[in-house]
Design a protein around this ligand. Structure first.
Ligand code: S3P
Length: 181
């Protein structure tokens, strides 16, 4: 008798990018989604569109806690999506419930960087409320020290993104994902 259905086809999962502000989640996410033929979703952009306000305005008018709630709601809304590269905001890891949803939805990929690399990318940026005012490098270092252990805790795969071109780094990310995708 013929054997039936012994090899179940694996359901293509999402790739969830976590990492500090300005590490390249959006740029690299777009690149790898194109290479893999996955859909690209950016949580910040999704929230801005839904709220019809930019992130700075949301922080200013409603506060960070409200923004974290919006992140949580959007992750729940995305729970049925598959074959997506999801670029998250750098602080998404602060909410355990949000992270529990993301862990169920796919592979958590941590884009690891250095304070110097981050500073080069966002040193002049005005759109990130948590980095405004005072000494930017100091703010980056302080927040990174708080968050690195949390990124590491959730990471299923880690890739150093502080060196190389976007194209080279995207290639290393796809290699690191290996047969998980
Ligand atoms: C934040 C990171 C930002 C954005 C918001 C808060 C954070 O996203 O979600 O400004 O807490 O680290 P990027 O990581 O895309 O800059």
């Amino acid at each position: 008798m013929a054997k039936v259905g012994l090899t179940m086809k694996r359901r293509k999962t999402n790739i969830v990018l976590i990492g500090f502000m300005g590490c390249g989640k959006t740029t690299l996410g777009k690149k790898i989604s194109t290479r893999l033929g996955y859909k690209f979703i950016d949580t910040d952009k999704y929230i801005e569109k839904k709220e019809n306000k930019n992130i700075s305005k949301i922080f200013e008018n409603d506060g960070e806690e409200y923004f974290r709630q919006l992140e949580r709601n959007m992750v729940m809304e995305l729970s049925e999506e598959r074959k997506c590269v999801i670029a998250t905001g750098g602080g998404i890891i602060k909410d355990a419930e949000t992270m529990a949803y993301l862990k169920k939805s796919g592979i958590i990929l941590y884009l690891k960087s250095t304070a110097e690399h981050i500073y080069r990318n966002v040193g002049n940026d005005k759109s990130r409320p948590l980095l405004q005012g005072g000494n930017k490098m100091e703010k980056i270092r302080t927040l990174m020290a708080e968050r690195i252990p949390i990124y590491e805790k959730y990471a299923m795969v880690t890739v150093d993104v502080s060196r190389g071109t976007v194209s080279q780094t995207a290639k290393r990310i796809i290699e690191a994902l290996g047969d998980r995708i």
